[in-house]
Design a protein around this ligand. Structure first.
Ligand code: NAD
Length: 269
């Protein structure tokens, strides 16, 4: 039974994770961590998540619950996540990271921990999204440089703080790799004013932020005469939380290394 601690347990994903771990036969809720100094420290994490009393009081530091868990699930902010990663490496814990919005330098920091902690990092933990990445790789490879314009359109709720979404960027990366392009060079993230016609190789991104949209991604491959659209729509955060719980069970058995959801799901993308 994998003992799981959840960071940011009072957050949107944190509360959903409590539900997902509760429902998982191979995992058990071990601890929940709130922000330092939070008035929610001491609150029952089951009550925070709306699943009834669990008898586990939220703590406001990892040190306060280090003995209780095997795997930490972290959906917070880049700075908090990197500090928690260092803690896990130091204390022989494993970690599943769902936090998005990391800079390239912060993502590179994850690699510094390859030899000191088993970690899964994925900007999207949904099984459906990870299968979609595989479909996009196949489509990009097949369509190649045959005149198909690629555009990624993503929509999320009004509270999301980073754009484009980590998932949209990951989709762009997978397709750029399949096409021998570089997203840094070919990604177009803004079009405004007299920006001229699109170039053949660019991969365009458009962002919608509105209401309570959980997460929608459409990739369009458009050419003269036809258009292919591959769409994934998340209707509940439970899809991410279930994927993260599955990743936590999986990484509990792994050696040090940085893994992604493709590894967890054995999709090899
Ligand atoms: P949120 O703001 O609702 O929750 C974040 C929580 O972290 C808050 O409750 C905050 O108080 C807490 N927190 C901040 N500092 C902390 C600290 N030092 N210790 C403990 N807790 C701390 O945000 P959210 O919607 O739950 O999203 C969190 C992150 O997860 C974002 O980066 C989001 O993009 C990402 N996300 C990833 C996936 C995925 O599948 N990988 C899916 C959904 C969201």
């Amino acid at each position: 039974m994998t003992r799981i601690a959840i960071v940011g347990v009072a957050g949107r994903m944190g509360r959903t994770l409590v539900n997902a771990v509760e429902q998982d036969a191979g995992a058990t809720l071990a601890a929940g961590i709130v922000a330092p100094g939070s008035s929610l420290a001491g609150a029952d994490i089951g009550e925070l998540a709306g699943v009834g009393k669990k008898g586990i009081a939220a703590v406001d530091s990892l040190a306060a619950c280090a003995a209780d868990f095997d795997v930490l699930i972290d959906f917070t902010t880049p700075q908090v996540t990197l500090a928690n990663l260092a803690f896990c490496a130091e204390h022989g814990k494993r970690i599943v990271i769902g936090t998005t919005g990391m800079s390239d330098a912060e993502i590179a920091t994850l690699d510094d921990y390859r030899d000191s902690v088993p970690l899964v990092f994925a900007p999207n933990m949904s099984v459906g999204v990870n299968l979609t990445l595989k479909l996009l790789e196949t489509a990009a490879r097949a369509l190649g440089d045959e005149g198909y314009d690629i555009e990624v359109i993503e929509s999320h709720h009004r509270h999301k703080v980073d754009a484009p979404s980590g998932t949209a960027l990951k989709m762009g990366d997978v397709m750029a790799d399949a096409l021998g392009r570089n997203l840094k060079e070919h990604g177009v993230f803004e079009r405004v004013g007299q920006c001229g016609p699109r170039s053949d190789k660019e991969i365009g991104f458009a962002t919608v932020r509105a209401g309570d949209i959980v997460g929608e991604h459409t990739v369009m491959f458009a050419t003269e005469g036809e258009r292919i659209e591959i769409t994934h729509k998340a209707s509940s955060r439970m899809t991410f939380a279930k994927g993260a719980t599955r990743a936590a069970r999986w990484v509990a058995e792994k050696d040090n290394g940085r893994y992604g959801m493709q590894d967890v799901l054995d999709l090899d993308a």
